[in-house]
Ligand binder design. Structure first.
Ligand SMILES: Nc1ncnc2c1ncn2[C@@H]1O[C@H](COP(=O)(O)OP(=O)(O)OP(=O)(O)O)[C@@H](O)[C@H]1O
Ligand SMILES: [Mg+2]
Length: 245
């Protein structure tokens, strides 16, 4: 029997008063898949991720993660997921190591397990030389790497990242994706929202959101072919213009 999807949204709508942030969204992501959420500002990306991570309830529809419905099985879901929010909270006065220890405590990861994982994550992100530096003194790219490490301390199998490389220089962004690729090679499922279409190209499939609706969901190659575009950016501009027409 095929295993259930890692991530599934069934006819999900979320309203805030008169604003419909997410509108009848259905999609599923297989275990081990890298799924990109793209769309203009206000398209509903963060709202979708917040429903998937149990921070918001849907107004209508069902949200399932790892086969469990998020609204009724939040504790089980929380054990399986990591979430790096658009504005992830790092403590600027605490060092890299102290921030990691803080998040490990929060997740109940302690002792030798914690120490071994911290060493491994610092090596993987090449952040070991900076472990005693206060987070407030890190570059933008390093801050994002630290935030990523903090979301990985409880061994999540499914990772949600909301614009994790926003404002980070291209080289550091590439570095960040090398780390993500390594995590995916180890079996992680990844859903990532991004404004950078070179990053969307790295995803197995991309969902294009516009006014809370999923207007396309396919591989980068298929989306480019659909619009006869040489870049994903050109395909998305064409897709959004067609919606507006
Ligand atoms: N708590 C809230 N209360 C009222 N409206 C909200 C709330 N959260 C989101 N919205 C509205 O829902 C819509 C979708 O917002 P959301 O933050 O999900 O978009 P986004 O795609 O993440 O945008 P961005 O690229 O700017 O991060 C917007 O119109 C936003 O103003
Ligand atoms: Mg957002």
């Amino acid at each position: 029997m095929p295993s259930s999807p890692a991530i599934e949204l069934r006819h999900v709508t979320r309203r805030f008063g008169t604003v419909t942030a997410v509108d009848g969204l259905s999609l599923s992501v297989a275990a081990g898949e890298v799924f990109g959420l793209v769309g203009p500002d206000g398209a509903g990306k963060t709202t979708t991720l917040r429903m998937l991570t149990g921070l918001l309830d849907p107004t209508e529809g069902q949200v399932l993660v790892g086969g469990d419905e998020v609204s009724t099985h939040l504790d089980q879901v929380k054990d399986k997921i990591g979430y790096m929010a658009q504005r992830f909270g790092l403590y600027t006065d605490l060092t890299v190591e102290e921030n990691m220890a803080f998040y490990a405590d929060l997740f109940g990861v302690t002792g030798g397990d914690r120490d071994a994982l911290m060493v491994r994550l610092l090596a993987m992100t090449r952040m070991a030389p900076f472990r005693t530096r206060p987070a407030g003194k890190l570059s933008g790219g390093m801050k994002q790497k630290l935030a990523l490490m903090c979301t990985l301390l409880h061994h999540p199998r499914i990772l949600f990242l909301d614009e994790p490389t926003n404002g980070v220089d291209p080289l550091s962004r590439r570095d960040f994706w090398v780390i993500l690729d390594e995590l995916v090679a180890q079996g992680l499922t990844l859903m990532v929202s991004t404004a950078y279409l070179d990053e969307a190209e790295r995803c197995h499939r991309v969902g294009l959101l516009h006014h809370g609706r999923l207007i396309h969901c396919d591989s980068p190659a298929a989306l480019k072919q659909l619009y006869g575009a040489s870049t994903l950016e050109a395909a998305f501009v064409a897709a959004i213009e067609r919606q507006a027409a």
